[in-house]
Every structure is written in C-alpha cells, then in structure tokens.
Ligand binder design. Structure first.
Ligand code: PEP
Length: 256
C-alpha cells in the first residue's frame, strides 16, 4: 500500500466560485502536511478553477460519460474532465448508482474511458443496510468490485483507488465499527490480490467513506487496511476537512 494516507473530498453537487477560497485554504494547508496526500473532487463547473488554485492538492471529477466526445447533450467525457485538470474520476458512487441507475457494466465502461484519457479511477463500492443485516456485506461488495472494475487495468497501484462506502453510512452520521471496516477492507484486499497478484494487489489504496469527520477520523483511519478516507459533507469547509487531514498526519507520526 502507498505510504501516505490519501484523503479525498467529494463536494458532490455543492459549490460555486465563492467556494474557491475553501479550496485555496485546503491547498495552502496541505503544503505543510506533506505526510498526507490530499485531493478534492468538485463539481464539473469548478474542476478547472480548483485546478488553477491547486499547487499541492490533486483535483478529480465525480463522474464522466463512458463514450468519446460526441452527440450526448448534457454529458461530459473523460477527455473533457482531464482537459479541465482532473487527474482522477470517482466512479460507482452509490448516489450515482441510485439516482441514475448506474450498473456495474456502465461503471466498468466509464473506468476504461477514464484510463484511456490518462486519469486514475477512484472506484466506490458498498452495501445497503439490508445486505449488511443479512450477513452478506462482504460477498456483495467483493462481487460488486469485480464487476465494476475495467477489464484491463495496467499498473493498478498507479491507476486505481478503491473506496469502501457503506450506503447506510453516507451522510447519516453512522459508521460501521472499526472491526467491521477492517474486515471489509481485508476482504477487498484479498480480492485485489486475487485479481492483480500479490505485489500490485497490495499496492492499491483502499479508502473508507461514510460520515468521516474530524472527531472519528483517527479511529477510522487506524482500522486494518485503511489507506485514507473519501469525505463528503465534512469536505465542504477547509476547517472541517483539514481536521481530518491533520488526524491522518498525526496518525503517521505514531509508532506502528
Ligand atoms: C460520500 O458521499 O462519498 C461520503 C463519504 O459522504 P459523507 O462523508 O457525507 O458521508
């Protein structure tokens, strides 16, 4: 697994140019927190402006169309977000699976397009509360992961990040136990090793996402195989997001 924890803010459908000052503050603070890799995924309209502000942080998109540029009114291709400055694309977020009926097959195609455009993929997977209650969370998530990954993925260490985001934990203030997060991340790790071999499978970062905030970040980031966090609500202000980044940096300072 890459050495530095990776903390990614997903602004979802939030943000106008007035929010650029938050991105600037996050970027300037990240310059003094080099033990942590920090990135933001603003809405499409802010990718280029955030990219222009960013001296340290990475910038990504929250989605892309699977096809080439062409007659798809209202859609945005992978090459377009890459041209705007995105270095990665979040794919398979449960809000897109739910709100837009995105299937594993579509996500797989989007992933191939994103890679073709030279970006990395941040692939989200996660179970519903019902699936967890039935005791099927790990089998569901590992199946979803396999089905959503692009067919060909050279150099997974460089081109892939996985985010485990239980649907019932997103925006609810609820989180799984540290033990449950660790168990799920170990199951995801085993799947990545099965798919890509020991060295590459171990090198892919697996993030946890779902109601991460400055108060719980330390515990959640310390769980087995957690290589960082995907953060929604708490990424919308520099103050709350940097609280998480600082927690990740402090954890790095602790003896293993
Ligand atoms: C997300 O939607 O990716 C997310 C993790 O949201 P929140 O942090 O608000 O739960």
């Amino acid at each position: 697994m890459a050495d530095r924890p990776y903390i990614v803010g997903n602004w979802k459908m939030n943000g106008t140019r007035a929010m650029l000052s938050q991105a600037r503050s996050i970027d300037r603070a990240a310059q003094n927190l080099m033990k942590v890799e920090v990135a933001l995924a603003p809405p499409y309209t802010l990718i280029h402006p955030v990219h222009r502000e960013a001296e340290q942080i990475g910038v990504g998109a929250q989605d892309c169309h699977p096809g080439e540029d062409g007659p798809h009114t209202g859609d945005i291709s992978a090459s377009m977000v890459a041209d705007a400055g995105a270095k990665f694309v979040i794919l398979g977020h449960s809000e897109r699976r739910q709100d837009h009926g995105e299937t594993n097959t579509l996500i797989r195609e989007k992933g191939a397009s994103a890679l073709e455009a030279g970006m990395r993929i941040l692939l989200c997977v996660g179970e519903s509360e019902e699936t967890r209650d039935e005791g099927k969370a790990e089998s569901f998530v590992t199946r979803q992961l396999k089905a959503s990954l692009p067919e060909t993925l050279d150099n997974p260490e460089e081109s892939l990040t996985v985010a485990y985001e239980p649907i019932w934990a997103i925006g609810t203030g609820r989180t799984p136990t540290v033990e449950d997060i660790g168990a799920m991340h170990c199951a995801i790790r085993a799947t990545l090793v099965e798919l890509y071999g020991e060295e590459q499978g171990q090198a892919v970062r697996i993030l946890y996402g779902g109601s991460v905030n400055a108060d719980n970040a330390r515990d959640l980031l310390a769980a087995d195989e957690v290589g960082g966090a995907l953060v929604g609500g708490a990424s919308l202000t520099a103050e709350s997001f940097l609280g998480i980044v600082i927690a990740a940096a402090e954890l790095q300072d602790q003896p293993a």
